[in-house]
Design a protein around this ligand. Structure first.
Ligand SMILES: [Zn+2]
Length: 62
């Protein structure tokens, strides 16, 4: 029996990460992502998603 629970992430994230609450950088990236998506530029929108996902938050941001 095989249980395949590995997420399929081959550069095509199915669930765009939500921007962190209170983070101006993530908020700006989310806006850019929406603009790129609306402009028919999904690869740029994905770039924004990657940046949001990788944006560090240690909880001590001021
Ligand atoms: Zn952030």
């Amino acid at each position: 029996m095989t249980t395949q629970e590995l997420p399929i992430t081959l550069g095509l994230p199915l669930d765009p990460p939500p921007p962190a609450h209170g983070c101006g950088v993530c908020g700006a990236l989310a806006r850019q992502r929406a603009e790129y998506a609306a402009a028919g530029n999904p690869s740029r929108a994905t770039d924004c998603s990657v940046e949001i996902r990788n944006h560090p938050h240690d909880g001590s941001a001021s």
